[in-house]
Design a protein around this ligand. Structure first.
Ligand code: NAD
Ligand code: G6P
Ligand code: MN
Length: 447
C-alpha cells in the first residue's frame, strides 16, 4: 500500500493510555508497520500511575519489535500533543467507579443500567464531553494538522457535543460495535473478515440497522445471515471455542429477538435495551453489573499480562493480540493517511445521509475515508419504525447536550424521561436526583 515516493512515517498519540484497549492497539500498530509506518508512539492519560502499568509493558514491546520507533508516556498535555499526526482517543472520565454507579443507580429504580444507554449513558455523557473537548483543544493547540479518531463514550452524545462546540475540528467519532458484528457476519457466511463485506447501514450510534450486506461479487448475503440471526443471534462457533463472557453471550443471543421485530433489516445489538428493557432488568443483578465483570475479567487480564511482561523483561511470548477495536482504528488512520477512500462507518452530521431524519442529527452511516476525513454516503429514507425510534432517541441525545450547556435541570429531566427505557417522568426524576449527587464532582450545578 505504501508508495515508493512516499516515505512518510507517522506519529500516533493514544489518549487514555491507561485504557484496557491500549495493548491491543499497540500490537496492531506494530504488526502493521508495512501498511502504516510509525516514527513515534506516545501515550497520554491524566492518571499517570494507571497509565504507567500499560506503558512499561508497551515500552518493552516496542523495543523488541521496532526499536526505531520513539516511545513516550506522559501526563503532560504539551509533551503529549506536540508533533502528532493522529490522536486515538479512548478516555473514560470518572473511570470504572463512576461507570458502576451509571449502571447501579437506574437498576435500583427498576430501569436498565448501562454504560451508554438510558440514564447511565446520559450521566456518562455529561462527564465525558468536557474531557473530550479538552483533548480536541490540546490537539488543535499543539498539532493543528492532526486528526483525532475518538472512541470515548457515550459516542452518540459526545459526537453531538463536538458537532456543536467544535464544528470545524478534525475529530471523527467512531464505534467498534458494528465492526465486531460484521466480523461475526463474515464468519457466519464463511468469509475471512469484515473487509470482505459491502454493506448499507443507518441509524444513530448503538442504535442502527443493516439494510444490505453483500460479498465483493455483489452476492446478497442477507438471506443466509437472517437465517442464522433468527436462530442464534450473532453468536458464532468461535464463541464456544474461545469462551465468551456471560453478558456478551446474552447480548449476541438476544439479537434474535431484536431481529424478530423487524425482519427486513439486521440490528445492532444495543437495540435490545430499547426493545426489551423489562427482560434486561429481570436478568440484571443490581449488585454485580457489567463493570464488576470488566474489573474481574478484562481489566485483570490486561493489567496482569502487562505486569508479567514487565517482570520477565520481555513480551516475546505475549498473549496480547489485535482485535476488532484495534484493527478498526488503525484501518481508519491508514485510510486517512493514504487517502484510500475505503468504505467504513463513522458517526457524522446527517446532512441528508438519511433523507427523512433531522439534518443536524449525528448519524452512523458508511463513509469514504481519505485525506478529507469521512465523506458520508446517502442511505436513503428510514422506514417508519426506524424513523420513530431515531427521532425520539436523537431528541434525548440533543437534550442531554442542551442540559450540560445550559446547566438546565429541566432539560436533563426531559432527556431522562423521553428515553424509551424509562417508564415515566416520576421515575426519571428519582434517578436524576440520585445521579446529581453521584456526579457532584463532574457535572455543573443544574438550575
Ligand atoms: P479504562 O478506564 O480502562 O481507560 C480509560 C483511561 O482514560 C483511564 O486510564 C483513565 O485514567 C483515562 N482518563 C479518564 N479521564 C481522562 C481525561 N480527562 N484525560 C485523560 N485521560 C483520562 O476504560 P476502557 O474500558 O478501556 O474504555 C476506554 C474508553 O473507550 C471508554 O470511554 C469506553 O467507553 C470507550 N470505548 C468505546 C468504544 C466504542 O465503540 N466507541 C469501544 C470500546 C471502548
Ligand atoms: C462495544 C461498544 C462500546 C462499548 C463496549 C463496552 O465495544 O461498541 O461502545 O464501550 O462494547 O464493552 P465492555 O466490555 O466495557 O462492557
Ligand atoms: Mn460503541
Amino acid at each position: 500500500m505504501t508508495h515508493a515516493a512516499d516515505d512518510r512515517k507517522f506519529s500516533v498519540l493514544i489518549a487514555g493510555g491507561g485504557s484496557t484497549y491500549t495493548p491491543g492497539i499497540v500490537l496492531t500498530l506494530l504488526n502493521g508497520l508495512d501498511k502504516f509506518p510509525l516514527r513515534k508512539l506516545k501515550f497520554y492519560d491524566n492518571d499517570g500511575e494507571r497509565q504507567k502499568k500499560i506503558a512499561d509493558a508497551a515500552r518493552i514491546l516496542v523495543k523488541e519489535r521496532a526499536p526505531e520507533i520513539e516511545f513516550e508516556a506522559t501526563t503532560n498535555p504539551a509533551e503529549a500533543f506536540t508533533d502528532v499526526d493522529f490522536v486515538m482517543a479512548q478516555i473514560r472520565v470518572g473511570k470504572y467507579a463512576m461507570r458502576s454507579l451509571d449502571e447501579k443507580i437506574p437498576l435500583k429504580h427498576g430501569v436498565v443500567g448501562q454504560e451508554t444507554t438510558g440514564p447511565g449513558g446520559i450521566a456518562y455523557g455529561l462527564r465525558s464531553i468536557p474531557g473530550v473537548i479538552e483533548l480536541v483543544d490540546y490537539m488543535e493547540k499543539y498539532s493543528p494538522n492532526a486528526w483525532m479518531l475518538n472512541y470515548s463514550n457515550p459516542a452518540a452524545i459526545v459526537a453531538e457535543a463536538t458537532r456543536r462546540l467544535r464544528p470545524n475540528s478534525k475529530i471523527i467519532n467512531i464505534c467498534d460495535m458494528p465492526i465486531g458484528i460484521m466480523d461475526r457476519m463474515a464468519q457466519i457466511v464463511g468469509l475471512k473478515d469484515r473487509n470482505d463485506l459491502v454493506f448499507r447501514y443507518y441509524g444513530l450510534n448503538h442504535f442502527g440497522w443493516w439494510t444490505d450486506v453483500r460479498d465483493k461479487t455483489g452476492k446478497d448475503l442477507m438471506p443466509q445471515l437472517k437465517k442464522h440471526v433468527a436462530k442464534h443471534g450473532y453468536l458464532v462457533d468461535d464463541d464456544y471455542e474461545e469462551g465468551i463472557e456471560p453478558s456478551w453471550e446474552e447480548t449476541f443471543k438476544m439479537a434474535a429477538d431484536v431481529y424478530a421485530l423487524d425482519p427486513t433489516t439486521l440490528p445492532n445489538t444495543y437495540l435490545k435495551y430499547y426493545m426489551y428493557p423489562t427482560q434486561v432488568v429481570k436478568h440484571s443483578d443490581p449488585n454485580y453489573t457489567r463493570t464488576d465483570e470488566v474489573e474481574d475479567h478484562r481489566q485483570k487480564l490486561v493489567f496482569g499480562e502487562c505486569a508479567r511482561i514487565v517482570e520477565n523483561g520481555t513480551a516475546k511470548d505475549t498473549g496480547f493480540k489485535p482485535d476488532d477495536h484495534s484493527t478498526y482504528i488503525v484501518d481508519l488512520c491508514t485510510a486517512i493517511a493514504y487517502d484510500t477512500k475505503q468504505r467504513m462507518l463513522a458517526i457524522i452530521p446527517n446532512e441528508g445521509a438519511i433523507s427523512n431524519i433531522d439534518p443536524t442529527a449525528m448519524v452512523e452511516v458508511p463513509c469514504l475515508f481519505g485525506a478529507n476525513g469521512a465523506e458520508r454516503l446517502a442511505m436513503g429514507k428510514a422506514a417508519t419504525y426506524q424513523t420513530g425510534m431515531i427521532t425520539e432517541q436523537n431528541s434525548v441525545e440533543k437534550l442531554a447536550v442542551d442540559a450540560l450547556l445550559e446547566h438546565s435541570y429541566t432539560k436533563l429531566w426531559q432527556a431522562f424521561s423521553l428515553c424509551k427505557i424509562v417508564p415515566d417522568a416520576g421515575i426519571a426524576k428519582d434517578i436524576l436526583d440520585d445521579m446529581i449527587v453521584a456526579n457532584k464532582d463532574y457535572w455543573p450545578e443544574l438550575n
